[in-house]
Design a binder for this molecule. Sequence first.
Ligand code: TYD
Ligand code: MG
Length: 462
Amino acid sequence: MAKSKSAYFCQSCGYESPKWMGQCPSCKQWNSFVEEVVNPGSSRAPEWRSSLSPSTTKKRSNKASVIQEIVYSQEQRVVTPDEEFNRVLGGGIVPGSLVLIGGEPGIGKSTLMLQLALSIPQLRTLYISGEESEQQIKMRAERLGERASAECYILTETAMENIFKQVEQIEPNLVVIDSIQTLHASQIESAPGSVSQVRECTAELLRFAKETNTPVMIVGHITKEGAIAGPKVLEHMVDTVLQFEGDRNYVYRILRAVKNRFGSSSELGIYEMQGAGLREVSNPSEIMISQREEAVSGVAVAAMLEGVRPLLIEVQALVSTSAYGTPQRSSTGFDTKRLNMLLAVLEKRFGFRLSAQDVFLNIAGGLRVEDPAIDLAVIASIISSQQDIPLPSNFTFAGEVGLSGEIRAVSRIEQRIQEADKLGFKQIFISKYNTKGLDVKRYQVVVRPMATLEDLFRALFA
Ligand code: TYD
Ligand code: MG
């Protein structure tokens, strides 16, 4: 038997080094190197492959073909009953695809996957858990209600060899792994969850998916920094990376495609975590705006795009006199650096004396927003709170704010206006530079083009 040697791996990015190092030269992480045993025989094909029956192992031709002659059928995707999930994947599950679902602990990855495994009609699904017992999974399944329309098998196992033995027997049409960090392959000597184990197990699952044309869903944990634990190579190996995010204290969850070989990576699905599992939210705008009778100060509605979907969302600001020398700035769901920048613009260009005031900002529903078009609503809510002048609740805003206080154009303005129109808003404030080629007469909502923040303040607070 060949002698096994060891190497040091960065646990955050997978960088390999023969020596221990204090800082990873690749990702600059400190103290992330761990010694792992590298078995020289590990590249050998695992035993399950030779035992797979020929009917399940499709031989791939290794002859070059003319692209026009390659045939595939459109109807191959497995369309699940979960519309949001289909949309994020780009229209359903692609056979033979390897999908990675990342998310913080407790966000609902296991729930989403079990729900999926239980719900696809006429499919034989195999849900493999290395984290929970069969009884726990059964309890969860019961909590999810009577959705078991699929022939769903549950396996609690962490050894790759045993998993593949079961896979061979059951011949599932869909395999779910919860989670990749619990699996171990015997040919690698390091502990489950280490970089080499994660990489090897994923590589085996990838081969299995491609050779048998079975889709495989892998759940992956997320580190404190928000990256999927284990090496970055994991993300390179899989076809699709989905991110399940949201604030655990709120009910809304967003499933986002970060990478997708079979569809757009800007798609996203919205769910609500209920007592009986995750429910799809098909009309998100309606729930993101609080129902209130009278207008209160410090609230503005932004016409946002999440992925390619328009979404109207409420921004709340509270500006109050600071009790201490240094004012507090805090925001949930919005970048604090950007908030500071917007406050600086207000202070420097328009003379609002915010440097002696605390500013708190909150995006409704616990969502995290990256669309720059929210700037205008952020500004409007801050000034509304500072001046204590409520904004009409049927006004909405979509525009990016520049350093000199100019309002800049944002993408897909028609879609935003349409959504505001559909939800019965009366006025939408946008950038003047967004009006080119815009047919405002098509909408009932009044479109108010603005060049600078000064125009906006005059229109709102004069
Ligand atoms: P879980 O799927 O275990 O999260 P993950 O696998 O990402 O760690 O979900 C855990 C949370 O979801 C837990 O705090 C309870 C909540 N939950 C519900 O609110 N309703 C339900 O029906 C289920 C199954 C879980
Ligand atoms: Mg889990």
